[in-house]
Design a binder for this molecule. Structure first.
Ligand code: TRP
Length: 344
């Protein structure tokens, strides 16, 4: 019980998302996340961070981590996030994330975390050798979101379960501490074109930074030649493209390339098929390569330009962190008071 009823959540809608600095960003991240961040910043108050606390749940070379953070920040900027509009920062610069995560570690139940499929997938057969941090990773993610009382979280399909956990944690906190509505129950924003871009080598698995084959993905920093070459080598089948989308149902690779074209062009997959119906991949791939180079090429160029001046990126991240700390501070202060901490 608290001596004063905490204020229920009545705030404005607020967007928050983050990307881990643990590998190169690729076309799937671009279409599935970054494009959406840039669009959402004009619709709602937006917080986008680089998840360096999450990154060390798996080993990261300390000599490289800071630069990996700058690379993600450069990708945010190169894909249209505007630091004057959105708050862009590194997670490690806002200690409130970790402080709230501790409280949430005491709210979340072991049974809830035991159900997390991403942990099971990452840990495989040897979970006893994984870091405790990897296990409690989704609890930190809940703190990332709720420290800003974010209401909307654009993420990939693989994060849906972590968002459900976030809602469970928010609801249990509000209930256990008799603080109705203190934390909002945030929504995952998953739908939309580009939600699932598949590997160029295997239409059954997602495009991923951890795939050992670099040809499986188009990295944001690939130059024009590399982009074209990867598309030329992409796995396909020998059939021509059909007129109807339904007829692609059992042709995963073909479906993926049509989806990539559509997402890059801002058109529907059916519209793209109508244009290319009756043609084979010999004709389609060069068109897709040209389109990909025209969209991705400038982004890679802009990232390289930004990364040539790390001090400027650090300045932007520093200003973003200051703003983020200001927004996080009252929430953390109230949490401490609600929990009854001595230092609350
Ligand atoms: N787990 C997310 C991913 O791998 C990254 C992330 C960390 C995140 N904290 C977050 C995403 C908070 C959204 C909100 O994609």
């Amino acid at each position: 019980m608290t001596d004063q009823a905490p204020a229920p959540y009545v705030g404005k809608p607020r967007v928050l998302s983050g990307v881990q600095p643990s590998g190169d960003l690729h076309l799937g991240n671009y279409l599935g996340a970054l494009v959406k961040f840039a669009r959402l910043q004009h619709e709602m108050q937006t917080f986008i961070f680089v998840a360096d606390l999450h990154a060390i749940t798996a080993w990261q070379d300390p000599a490289k981590l800071k630069n990996q953070v700058r690379e993600i920040a450069a990708a945010y900027l190169a894909t249209g996030l505007d630091p004057k509009v959105a708050t862009i920062f590194a997670q490690s610069a806002v200690p409130a994330h970790a402080e709230l995560a501790w409280v949430f570690n005491c709210v979340a139940r072991l049974g809830w975390l035991d159900r997390m499929t991403q942990f099971k997938d990452k840990a495989g057969k040897h979970k006893e050798r994984e870091s405790v941090g990897l296990y409690t990773y989704p609890v930190l993610q809940a703190a990332d979101i709720l420290i800003y009382k974010a209401t909307h979280v654009p993420v990939g399909e693989d994060q849906r379960q972590h968002l459900e956990l976030t809602r469970d944690i928010a609801a249990k906190f509000n209930h256990d501490f008799e603080a109705p509505g203190f934390f909002p129950l945030p929504e995952a924003l998953i739908q939309g074109p580009g939600a699932r871009i598949m590997s160029l080598r295997d239409g059954a698995v997602k495009m991923s930074k951890s795939d050992p084959s670099d040809n499986s993905r188009i990295n944001l920093t690939d130059d024009a030649d590399t982009i074209s070459q990867k598309i030329r080598k992409a796995r396909t089948d020998a059939d021509v493209l059909p007129e109807k989308l339904e007829d692609l149902a059992d042709r995963a690779e073909a479906q993926n390339l049509i989806g990539v074209y559509a997402a890059l062009a801002g058109r529907t997959p059916q519209d793209v098929l109508t244009e290319f119906a009756g043609q084979g991949f010999g004709a389609f791939k060069p068109k897709l390569a040209d389109l990909a180079v025209s969209v991705m090429g400038p982004i890679g160029g802009e990232m390289r330009r930004l990364l040539s001046d790390p001090a400027e990126i650090d300045r932007i991240l520093g200003a973003g962190a200051e703003r983020a700390r200001e927004v996080a501070a009252p929430t953390l202060a109230e949490v401490k008071r609600i929990v009854g901490y001595w230092a609350g």
